[in-house]
Design a protein around this ligand. Structure first.
Ligand code: MN
Length: 233
């Protein structure tokens, strides 16, 4: 029997709607600038005819279940919400064609890609890695996984409120690279595995939260998410 110097952390997982088994987490992928209006508000419009999608990753250890309270994170003065549709991968896939992308989808979830925007923009503008802005502890918030094997979501409202006031409201049909295209492209670079999550990008309207704020959001046909911002850690 293998023994360890100390107890290894338990496997990371999320609840699955309608099941007692949980969804074990492998990696967390994020698509950058995948709604035109958000790319424009960030000052970096996208020309799909001349560009490919780009990605960043976060440590799986940044995962946080919906309905939690997270402490306002250290070393930022501009902590932002980003409401996103999350694709949950259920089968291995490498160089998956767009027309077969549905075969590796297990389901979907509502997600939040919480971001230290001030640090992300400094990194972006100095040509440095985004990690301090994006790989924030407890920043990959995800609701329960909704089993929808083989289904490709093409439309549906995506929206977010802070303290009940709508801040983001768009539609999945506005994705620059749709779910088939994302799986096809990302699987050129990575051997996708069961348990991988792909956060598909956020629409326009991103903005700051402060301690005491309550975030709620939903993706039509998928589900809801919530997060409370606690006092600074
Ligand atoms: Mn994002």
């Amino acid at each position: 029997m293998t023994t360890y110097l100390w107890n290894p952390p338990p496997p990371l997982s999320l609840p699955v709607r309608g099941k007692s088994e949980r969804f074990p987490i492998n990696r967390l992928f994020f698509v950058g600038r995948n709604y035109h209006a958000h790319a424009v508000e960030m000052g970096k419009p996208v020309d799909k005819s001349a560009e490919r999608p780009f990605y960043f990753t976060k440590s799986p250890q940044t995962l946080l279940e919906s309905s939690a309270t997270t402490a306002y994170p250290p070393e930022t003065k501009n902590f932002h919400y980003e409401m996103e549709l999350v694709v949950a991968i259920g089968k291995a896939g490498f160089r998956v064609s767009a027309d077969r992308a549905h075969e590796i989808i297990y389901g979907y979830a509502a997600g939040l890609d919480m971001t230290r925007r001030d640090l992300q923009l400094v990194a972006r503008d100095k040509g440095r890695p985004w990690d301090l802005g994006k790989d924030v502890e407890e920043s990959s918030v995800c609701a329960e996984i909704v089993p929808m094997a083989g289904v490709v979501i093409e439309r549906g409202e995506i929206a977010l409120q802070v303290n009940g006031q709508t801040k983001q409201q768009s539609n999945i049909d506005k994705l620059i690279w749709n779910i088939r295209e994302i799986i096809a492209d990302l699987s050129l670079f990575y051997h996708l595995q069961p348990g991988d999550l792909i956060y598909t990008g956020t629409p326009e309207g991103v903005g700051p939260v402060v301690p005491g704020d309550a975030i709620t959001g939903h993706v039509q046909g998928v589900g809801e998410i919530s997060l409370r911002i606690g006092a600074a850690s």
